[in-house]
Design a protein around this ligand. Structure first.
Ligand SMILES: Nc1ncnc2c1ncn2[C@@H]1O[C@H](COP(=O)(O)OP(=O)(O)OP(=O)(O)O)[C@@H](O)[C@H]1O
Ligand SMILES: [Mg+2]
Length: 302
């Protein structure tokens, strides 16, 4: 971009920065890496109006090329920038969750207590389930935000992962049945693990819920399978026969706030990965147009 006289050029003449920084003329050349990512612009400014020459423009382009070379040799990658953005997004969620916790959670608990008491009246029986269900969803959403804030401090105990899987699948079964999605469980006998029960429940809930969402238009089938690997790793596979994650979106999945759903928060996988990592494990996603498989690998207790 070349602006020979910033005071006459309507694209910038009204911008305060032009006057504050006393920019009379301005030339900018984009800095583009070999993979076509633009990482910035190289700018030349003059306090006075100045008609930039072809030679000056060529010199700037050459400088931008040298800059591109130096940057690509330095190992700079957009992913480190993306990581910064990811951490920034997380810190925003942190503050947001803390606020929510203070302002919503306590009054909600009080209201829930009173509502439960009132709903014991026989005339409210038919609404009881719906109201408590909706309140449960609100609590879950709040919990998601809170877990996104501080997922790394699990309260671990020795428990059977198989039991957690059975309980989680049965708690989500009515949701699945509503959408004609079947859930099957194939559990190899598993050793007890030292994990935070409520966090693990949340992980399985988030992943199975995603599979239900992905298959509900499509005679859904969700399979939950567990097995051991390498003598000391427990694997849990949750696979579905949905349409998979488009290749263009696969890198976004798991980043906080990325969602392709109208009613999604984009926290389910990010929270699940954080929890699994804080248990020393890994969460892997494989996807194709015929389905998605999420594999969770956890170390066995010593
Ligand atoms: N099994 C799956 N099949 C297809 N797409 C999936 C699957 N699991 C996740 N996704 C994609 O990844 C995105 C992010 O999932 P994630 O669970 O983090 O957020 P969400 O489900 O959109 O919202 P929420 O925070 O309510 O869980 C989803 O919006 C969806 O596009
Ligand atoms: Mg989800």
């Amino acid at each position: 971009m070349i602006i020979n006289n910033t005071h006459l050029d309507t694209r910038v003449s009204m911008q305060a920065v032009i006057h504050e920084l006393k920019i009379g003329s301005h030339m900018a050349v984009p800095i583009i890496l070999h993979d076509d990512t633009m990482i910035g612009t190289l700018c030349a400014t003059d306090p006075d109006p100045h008609i930039f020459t072809e030679t000056e423009l060529e010199n700037m382009k050459m400088l931008a090329t040298i800059y591109t070379y130096v940057v690509s040799q330095s190992g700079y990658s957009l992913s480190s920038e993306e990581e910064k953005i990811r951490l920034h997004a997380k810190s925003i969620i942190n503050e947001f969750a803390a606020d929510l916790a203070d302002q919503v959670r306590n009054p909600m608990q009080t209201v829930k207590g009173f509502i439960q008491f009132l709903l014991d009246e026989p005339k409210f029986q038919q609404h009881k389930e719906v109201i408590l269900d909706e309140l449960g969803k609100m609590e879950n959403n709040l919990q998601s935000f809170l877990l996104a804030t501080n997922p790394s401090y699990p309260l671990k105990e020795r428990i059977s992962l198989a039991n957690i899987l059975v309980e989680t699948t049965s708690s989500i079964k009515s949701e699945a049945e509503k959408h004609h999605v079947s859930i099957s469980l194939t559990l190899e006998s598993l050793p007890d693990l030292i994990v935070d029960k409520s966090q693990m429940t949340r992980v399985f809930h988030n992943i199975i819920k995603n599979s239900i969402d992905a298959t509900k238009q499509n005679k859904g089938k969700v399979q939950v399978r567990s097995y051991t690997e390498l003598e000391n790793v427990v694997c849990i596979e949750i696979s579905d026969n949905g349409l998979g994650i488009p290749l263009s979106d696969i890198n976004k999945v798991g980043k906080p706030l990325y969602s392709s759903k109208n009613d999604g928060h984009g926290l389910g996988i990010s929270v699940a990965s954080d929890i699994i990592e804080s248990h020393g494990g890994k969460l892997l996603i494989e996807t194709s147009p015929t389905g998605t498989k999420v594999t969770i690998k956890l170390p066995m207790a010593e």
